[in-house]
Write a protein that binds this ligand. Sequence first.
Ligand code: ATP
Length: 293
Amino acid sequence: MEIIEKAPAKLNLFLDTPFRHPDGLPEWQMVMTSIDLADYVKVKPRSADQQILVDSDLGFLPHDQRNLAFQAARILQKQFSVAQGVEITIYKKIPVAAGMGGGSADAAAVLRALNCVWNLKLSLAELAKIGLRIDSDVPFCIYSQTAAVSGKGEIISPLPVLPPFWIILAKPRASVSTAGILKKIPYAELPHADFKKMLIAVANQNIDLMLPAMTNVLETVTAQNVPEILRLKQKMAAFGAQAAQMTGSGPTVFGICEHYSRAQHVYNSLKGFCDTVHLVRPCQLHSDCSHRN
Ligand code: ATP
């Protein structure tokens, strides 16, 4: 059985970190959503041997154990003593090192797909627990639905479907190392925001409450090296976005508009200033084996 699995990108509508754990990892307070900009991951079992082969249409991506999709297959294969190998082909649409969780999305897609192909019968919660060993964003990407995320990324509380809106994405040319940004977080100086307020806004599907409650405390940290982030935010607001902020550790900036005509205006206007611009919407993934081909 061969499966093609959708791997949606994520956005951080809210990102704060109240403290660092003794192991150096941040405690997160996040609201995340998946968007309809997605990689596609083809998973084809190999009965000949136990090799894991990764290929992608992006030449510069690593295809060995440095690829998060490779790590996902290896962990499942080892933990469940699977005798088969697998060929993984990644069709990349999510910009790399952009704050949109592309590698984590691919790893989660491999975990979901191999759970079906190898008939492991693991629940999404079990897959999320395995995924945490790969990256803090993988548990969220297993579900790929709007959710509150806390702990080190392992506590996922699903939230209702977001009220309808459009998202304009603009990625500066610079790529950002998440690990580098996380090391630099100035905990004593962070302008913490009200997580509860954001959760109530999203739980009530109230966009008027949600937009002013959005935040990303990493924005000022990343913007020290990539000032274009602040310029793009200003441009988004000037062109009519109702809110604009960075996602993850950046450098991608996203704007929100309730109405398509306004979103299209922001999108078209930004194309003159930025190479990588997308117009997308939030999406929800159906994650059980019965939805597979
Ligand atoms: P994070 O989830 O840490 O915020 P990001 O979204 O900013 O990450 P990714 O696109 O996941 O960034 O890429 C980060 C690094 O991971 C890159 O240096 C890339 O080489 C490596 N990587 C490993 N596997 C993948 C993959 N399948 N897709 C994209 N990048 C990958």
